[in-house]
Design a protein around this ligand. Structure first.
Ligand SMILES: Cc1ncc(COP(=O)(O)O)c(C=O)c1O
Length: 381
């Protein structure tokens, strides 16, 4: 079976949240994992663990940080010091812990909206204040518009690059503006670059911290192999601090033992992905590109009232359904009437009930069924 050829019963047999959050008659196209397989190198790494019954406390010192540094250099030409990287379970934990280490309750944190929902959780659940920064649809793509004035207690920026859910892959000029803004306002930046591998032709990912030592000194880059290599259940992420002083400030507030450590399955799978998974990933990217372009054509032709800015990155489509003039949120409409489970737009910010996020990382037949149901629901409403 090829890496992208799975049928619905096989996918539903996976005990994943994606396939079991909704009722059994709902086709899911929401949470960001892929209805594909994994790279042979990852499968081999998992087999080695089970064959050896290798479940004792792990000896992997420096292994994940080394793989991270090799990957950043080979993929993005970014030189990083493995001594400045920490492994942990997941990126959401990295965001929460950074917020707690680098700000105080009541401080302001800037975040572009629409936003991946846990970023808002990292601000609200820790008693910080969300300073919303709405992106603007300029008719071609979603653009950044940084505020001209800032809250006196603004301390941090949570930056998602490439951006979830709009699929923007920011240009060097845009990143330079972000860096200048962070430096001018003395902000610590959490730069979530988890989607950095998944960039379509015409674009290229530039790590924010690679721009200059000045921005690096205030940037925590967080990433993992989980999105591009389809292993989110294995719980493994990396936080990289762009200067030793930033790492020291973090450690002074956040004992690393409190963060725990990534699982041995996560570390081995991540190292296998980053060191030996690229050929598999290229195959997946070809499928994602074909899916993205098919989706753009089909929505334009078959779903009047729905539009989206074709993503430059990610396998997520941020559908603007406001033209349908629905009596309820777009996510609710497609759930009730199409039996398709999208991410509801209102979870990405209060102004986005007219939007829904569709994950198109599925075998073409599954994606066609998802979109076909949506088309029928709109036609027969
Ligand atoms: C931007 C972004 N950050 C973080 C995550 C989640 O990462 P983790 O499972 O490692 O917390 C996601 C998952 O969709 C994401 O899109």
């Amino acid at each position: 079976m090829s890496a992208t050829d799975f049928d619905i019963p096989t996918l539903r047999a996976r005990r994943t949240n994606k396939w079991h959050k909704f009722a059994p008659d709902v086709l899911p196209a929401w949470v960001a994992d892929m209805d594909f397989g994994v790279a042979p190198a990852i499968a081999a790494a998992m087999r080695r663990l089970t064959d050896n019954q290798e479940y004792g406390y792990a000896a992997r010192d420096g292994v994940l940080a080394g793989a991270f540094s090799r990957r950043m250099a080979s993929r993005f030409g970014w030189q990083t010091d493995p001594a400045h990287a920490i492994g942990l379970g997941d990126l959401v934990q990295a965001t929460f812990s950074s917020v707690m280490a680098f700000s105080e309750p009541g401080d302001g944190i800037l975040l572009q909206l629409p936003s991946y929902p846990p970023f808002m959780g990292a601000i609200a659940d820790t008693g910080r204040r969300l300073i919303p920064n709405a992106m603007r649809d300029d008719g071609q793509r979603w653009v950044l518009e940084l505020p001209a004035t800032v809250d006196p207690r603004l301390r941090m920026l949570i930056f998602c690059h490439p951006q979830n859910p709009t699929g923007r892959c920011y240009s060097r000029a845009e990143l330079e503006q972000v860096a200048a803004f962070a430096i001018r306002h003395d902000l610590v930046v959490v730069s979530d670059e988890i989607h950095a591998d998944i960039i379509y032709p015409g674009g290229g990912h530039i790590p924010l911290a690679s721009l200059s030592s000045e921005i690096a000194a205030r940037t925590i880059t967080i990433t993992s192999a989980t999105k591009s290599f389809n292993i989110p259940a294995l719980r493994c992420a990396v936080m990289h601090f762009g200067a030793p002083a930033l790492l020291q400030r973090f450690l002074a507030k956040m004992p690393t033992r409190l963060l725990g450590s990534p699982s041995v399955t996560g570390v081995d799978a991540t190292v296998a992905a980053w060191d030996d998974g690229q050929a598999w990933f290229e195959e997946i990217m070809a499928q994602l590109l074909a899916n993205r372009d098919w989706l753009a054509r089909t929505i334009a032709a078959e779903l009047p009232g729905v539009s989206f800015r074709v993503p430059e990155a990610t396998y997520l489509a941020w559908l603007d359904c406001r033209g349908l003039e629905l009596p309820c949120s777009a996510g609710q409409f497609f759930l009730d009437k199409a039996r398709v489970g999208l991410n509801f737009g209102e979870t990405f910010g209060p102004d986005y009930a007219g939007f829904a996020r569709l994950n198109f990382a599925s075998p073409p037949k599954v994606l066609a069924e998802v979109v076909g149901r949506m088309v029928d629901a709109v036609r027969t409403r």
